[in-house]
Design a protein around this ligand. Structure first.
Ligand SMILES: Nc1ncnc2c1ncn2[C@@H]1O[C@H](COP(=O)(O)OP(=O)(O)OP(=O)(O)O)[C@@H](O)[C@H]1O
Length: 658
């Protein structure tokens, strides 16, 4: 007989079948369906809610509890000023191209990707090489779109062009709007629906704008990430942590992005649950005290130089080697990459369909010093599910500069240190008459200048006898000469080291992870492809146990009540199915929900309190006393045991009901 793993792979993965199961068992469904639905908005049903709650619970235990993180819950409504300062107002956008004749809008990078992929497919067909790209089935949405106009045409491409397309696809995440425009022009990419020309890509900001309060004057946004709230509470958290770093904050909550074209179910939506960590660390020492615990874990990496050379070949090496070779920038980043891997394994991600892809130089935010995405392979391709970036000191620095509030760590030095530094002195009595009500604003601007800025201003003063600058919220140039301000290079003895910490940020999209786990867990029994199974790990399965009486005979009621009471007391989620359908059907329904265990109550149970326990994937059954069976369930679900270990003493039970 084929092994369980072989059986799971015997029937080819079918996305339509998965989607129909998810819908039928109400894991999630389009929101506002009665009103026709809104793209990118989904409601979770009971099974989806329980699954999500279990994933979040695992996340909280794996990160917050195990790493002593400081959890915060910050507001989703965020004032304009905060997101202006963080750079989101100016830069948090994707590129869109419009068909001016029909008004249709395309996300430019996705369009280029789809068109080039379909041309490469056509080329493969023309060469008689089949049409699979990387062995992954093509996106059904894409298929539909293409079908509307024209099928993939088998056209052989020039060898050079194939290489060019492959290189562009390997680098697709890194192009600017202008570069995407050039690609659209160069490769004659049109509206796939009608062949119309498209306008050059324009930036579209992804944030949902709103007004806070009745006046409409106070502009705000729904947050696009949870990070900013964590940065703004830095001083309170540092104080809570007795002024010691490194430490990490963490937050779980909804974020909102007005995606240009939401698609692929839960993978690209407009409102989603995020779980984010901000780990604050000394920029001069990014080692991690627990690095040794993870250094031997082997992972599949896709480094930037490989992608920049137009390839997607993975490199398998240990986290220790990845850091010591300099491929991953520092130990803390490496530590989190490994911890992300361990978390994903805990909740049921297939290790063969996980890779860590490094951001290419042109893809990374200018302030970041290294960034890796945990990507999960699904029928939609490789999808970024967790981002893990070293954001350096950017966020704390910009918020500090804007608000005038220091967001720094102060450490007492064992040996005082002589430091040469730039200092400025202001003749404050002249500021009032010159700037009136704006005087405090100008003073704040000047006292917040960094060492580099002071150095350049000192040079400007030396060269021109004055400095010229502008301030947000004040009109025109401001000029100051030496009567107002002096900038000098002075020697000081420092007893305290003051620095802005770097931030390492693992950022999880819970919905994307959940969907990938759905795909990785889904299979159909080889003997009947309509009998589908969700092989969820017991820890994350929505319900752990199905209680099935042989029939709805009244004699079973006391024993059901007894087991139910114990399960409730033990806080083990369960369902009773005493419907009239056959036991086999009742099991099958719960296999679709991923319920790992079934307890069957029969006439022997009434006599001697014994029941049978069924394991979902193998459909194996054993018999034991209620106590023994519940112990086994508890051990496997919550204490890391296995079916083999926890049921080895119990006799096998051969059932006719499957
Ligand atoms: N529209 C979305 N729908 C669902 N999850 C999302 C969405 N956008 C981002 N996420 C999740 O949030 C995580 C962190 O967000 P991040 O800003 O790094 O994503 P991103 O780089 O903008 O993603 P993408 O390039 O796919 O749009 C992602 O790894 C992903 O899991």
């Amino acid at each position: 007989m084929a092994s369980l793993e072989e059986q799971k792979k015997a029937v080819e993965f079918n996305r339509e079948s998965l989607e129909s199961t998810l819908k039928r068992r109400f894991f999630y469904a389009p929101a506002f369906e009665l009103y026709g639905g809104v793209s990118g908005l989904f409601d979770y049903g009971p099974a989806g809610c329980a699954f999500q709650a279990n994933v979040v619970d695992q996340w909280r235990k794996h990160f917050i509890l195990e790493e002593d993180m400081l959890e915060v819950d910050c507001t989703m409504l965020t004032p304009y000023e905060v997101l202006k300062t963080s750079g989101h107002v100016d830069k948090f956008s994707d590129w869109m191209s419009k068909d001016p004749k029909t008004g249709e809008i395309f996300r430019a990078d996705h369009l280029v990707e789809e068109v080039l992929e379909s041309r490469l497919k056509g080329d493969k067909q023309a060469r008689g090489l089949g049409s699979e790209i990387d062995g992954v089935e093509e996106d059904a949405d894409k298929k539909k779109r293409k079908k509307k106009v024209k099928q993939i045409t088998a056209v052989k491409l020039d060898d050079e062009l194939v290489k060019e397309y492959e290189t562009v696809l390997a680098k697709i995440d890194g192009y600017s709007g202008e570069e995407l425009g050039e690609l659209i022009e160069k490769y004659q990419i049109k509206n796939p629906g009608n062949g119309n020309d498209l306008e050059p890509p324009r930036a579209f900001n992804l944030m949902f704008e709103t007004a806070i309060g009745p006046s409409g004057q106070y502009k705000g946004y729904l947050r696009p990430e949870t990070a900013q709230g964590q940065f703004l509470n830095f001083n309170k958290l540092l104080d809570f942590n007795n002024n010691k770093i490194p430490f990490a904050s963490a937050s779980i909550g909804k974020s909102f992005r007005n995606e240009i074209s939401p698609r692929a179910g839960l993978l690209r939506v407009r409102e989603f649950l995020m779980a984010e960590i901000e780990h604050f660390v000394d920029p001069e020492d990014k080692s991690h005290s627990k690095f040794d615990e993870v250094k031997d874990i082997k992972l599949k990496f896709l480094p930037k130089n490989v992608q920049e050379a137009g390839s997607t070949k993975l490199q398998e090496l240990s986290v220790g080697d990845a850091v010591s070779s300099g491929m991953v920038d520092n130990q803390t980043l490496g530590y989190f990459i490994a911890r992300i891997y361990l978390f994903l394994m805990k909740i049921g991600v297939d290790p063969n369909r996980l890779r860590f892809r490094q951001h290419m130089s042109n893809e990374m935010a200018h302030y970041a010093c290294d960034c890796w995405d945990a990507e999960l392979q699904t029928s939609y391709g490789w999808i970024e599910c967790v981002g893990c970036a070293d954001r350096s000191a950017y966020d704390l620095t910009v918020h500090s500069k804007k608000t005038g509030e220091k967001l720094v760590v102060r450490q007492k030095l064992d040996t005082p240190k002589e430091v040469v530094q730039w200092e400025l002195s202001l003749t404050k009595k002249l500021f009032g008459p010159k700037f009136r009500k704006d005087a405090p604003l100008v003073e704040k601007y000047l006292t917040n200048l960094s060492q580099e800025e002071l150095e350049s201003k000192a040079k400007e003063m030396g060269d021109n006898g004055k400095i010229v600058f502008q301030i947000d919220g004040m009109q025109g140039d401001i000029e100051l000469d030496e009567k107002f301000i002096k900038i000098e290079n002075v020697k000081r003895i420092h007893h305290v080291r003051e620095f802005t910490p770097s931030v390492i940020e693992p950022s999880f999209g819970i919905g994307r992870i959940i969907y990938a786990v759905f795909e990785h867990s889904f299979w159909a029994r080889p003997e009947d492809s309509a009998r589908t199974v969700m092989s969820f790990k017991p820890t994350v399965a929505p319900s752990k146990v199905l209680l099935v009486p042989l029939s709805n005979n009244k004699e079973f009621e006391p024993i059901i009540a007894k087991i139910s009471k114990t399960l409730k007391k033990e806080q083990i989620p369960f369902k009773v199915d005493d419907s009239g359908v056959s036991i086999g059907k009742r099991y099958a329904r719960n296999d679709e929900l991923g319920t790992p265990f079934g307890i069957t109550i029969d006439f022997d149970s009434v006599k001697d309190d014994s029941v049978t326990l069924r394991e979902r994937d193998s459909t194996k059954q054993v018999r034991g006393s209620i106590e023994q069976i519940l112990r086994a369930i508890k051990e496997i679900t919550y204490e890391g045991s296995t079916w083999e270990k926890s049921t080895s003493e119990l006799p096998e039970f051969v059932s006719q009901s499957e």
